[in-house]
Design a protein around this ligand. Structure first.
Ligand SMILES: O=C(O)CCC(=O)C(=O)O
Ligand SMILES: [Fe+2]
Length: 280
C-alpha cells in the first residue's frame, strides 16, 4: 500500500493566527481554504468532544468501520453556543462570510470509527439550480461551506480531511491526464490501468491540524477524507453562517428549529434570525 501523504510544503502560507483576518480571507479566496491555529481553548475542545459523543454515540456502540452524522447539531447540543461567544471565531466567520451580521446556516457533527470508509471527492456547493430540498438551499450560497473543528486533530492517519487546492474557482477541472473513477474513490493516469489512490492526484492537500484549530474552506472547494486508522474514534464538528437573512428562497423552519429559537439564550438569538434547521 502506498504510504499516506505527509504535510506538504506549499509556496504560500495557509496557516494563520486568529487575528490575521485579512490573510485568512485572502488565502481562502486565492486557494479555497485556510487553517487558523489555536482558535478554541482546551475547555471548548473538551466540551465539543463530549457533546459529539453524547449526541452521536451515547451508548458507545458505533460499529467497527461505521460513521454517524448529526445534522442541525446546534439543536442537539448547547456546546455549540460556546463558539458563539468566541469573538475571534465570530470575527473570522464575519470576514469569510462577507457580512457583519450572521445567521447560522447549518451545523453538523460526525463520528468515524476505525476503518471508516473514505469520503470521496466532492464539493458541497449546490448552487446554479433551483433548490428542491432544504439541504440544497443551504448549500446554495457562496459563503464558506466548511468551518470545521477536527477534535482529534486532522491528519491522513486519523481520517483527516484533504482539499483540492484552487478547486473553488469557476472553470476548475481535474488535472490533465487523470481520470476520476465513477465512485470518486480512485484515479487512473492516462495510458495506465492501475488505479492510484484518491489523494495521489496533483493538487490534493492533506490537512494537518490540532484539535484547537479551525479549518476553513470555500463554498465550492472539493474535499475528501481518509479512512480512520486510529487510535481513536474520529470526532468533528462544523458550523457555518450566511449573511443574516432568509435562505435563498422562503423556507419554513423545522419544528426543532422553532424549538431552538424558543429556548436559546440571548447571546445566541441574533444568529437565529431566519434560522431554518435542516430537513434533508
Ligand atoms: O468527514 C469528513 O471529513 C468530511 C465530511 C464531508 O465532507 C461532508 O459531510 O460533506
Ligand atoms: Fe463535504
Amino acid at each position: 500500500m502506498n504510504p499516506l501523504p505527509s504535510k506538504p510544503e506549499l509556496p504560500y502560507r495557509y496557516e494563520f493566527q486568529p487575528n490575521e483576518l485579512d490573510e485568512i480571507e485572502a488565502c481562502n479566496e486565492a486557494h479555497g481554504f485556510a487553517l487558523v491555529k489555536g482558535l478554541i481553548d482546551d475547555v471548548t475542545v473538551n466540551a465539543l468532544r463530549t457533546a459529539v459523543k453524547e449526541v452521536l454515540n451515547p451508548k458507545n456502540d458505533l460499529e467497527p468501520r461505521a460513521s454517524r452524522t448529526g445534522h442541525a447539531f446546534v439543536e442537539n447540543s448547547d456546546a455549540l453556543f460556546l463558539l458563539l461567544q468566541n469573538e475571534e471565531f465570530l470575527a473570522i466567520s464575519r470576514k469569510v462570510t462577507h457580512s457583519e451580521d450572521l445567521t447560522i446556516n447549518r451545523s453538523a457533527a460526525i463520528v468515524r470509527n476505525l476503518g471508516s470508509a473514505i469520503v470521496s471527492w466532492h464539493s458541497d456547493w449546490s448552487g446554479g439550480k433551483q433548490p428542491e430540498r432544504l439541504g440544497q438551499a443551504l448549500n446554495h450560497g457562496e459563503w464558506p461551506s466548511g468551518l470545521w473543528f477536527y477534535l482529534n486533530g486532522s491528519c491522513p492517519k486519523r481520517g483527516g480531511l484533504c482539499i483540492m487546492e484552487d478547486s473553488h474557482k469557476l472553470g476548475w477541472t481535474w488535472p490533465k491526464g487523470y481520470t476520476l473513477n465513477a465512485g470518486g474513490t480512485t484515479f487512473t493516469r492516462e495510458g495506465e490501468e492501475e488505479p492510484v489512490a484518491f489523494h495521489e492526484v496533483p493538487g490534493c492537500i492533506p490537512l494537518f491540524t490540532e484539535p484547537n484549530d479551525l479549518i476553513v474552506f470555500a463554498a465550492r472547494t472539493y474535499h475528501a477524507a481518509f479512512t480512520n486508522q486510529g487510535p481513536d474514534i474520529r470526532l468533528s464538528v462544523g458550523l457555518n453562517f450566511r449573511p443574516r437573512g432568509p435562505v435563498c428562497i422562503e423556507w419554513e423552519p423545522t419544528p426543532d428549529a422553532v424549538a431552538l429559537i424558543g429556548r436559546a439564550p440571548d447571546h445566541v438569538q441574533p444568529f437565529l434570525h431566519h434560522y431554518t434547521g435542516f430537513s434533508g
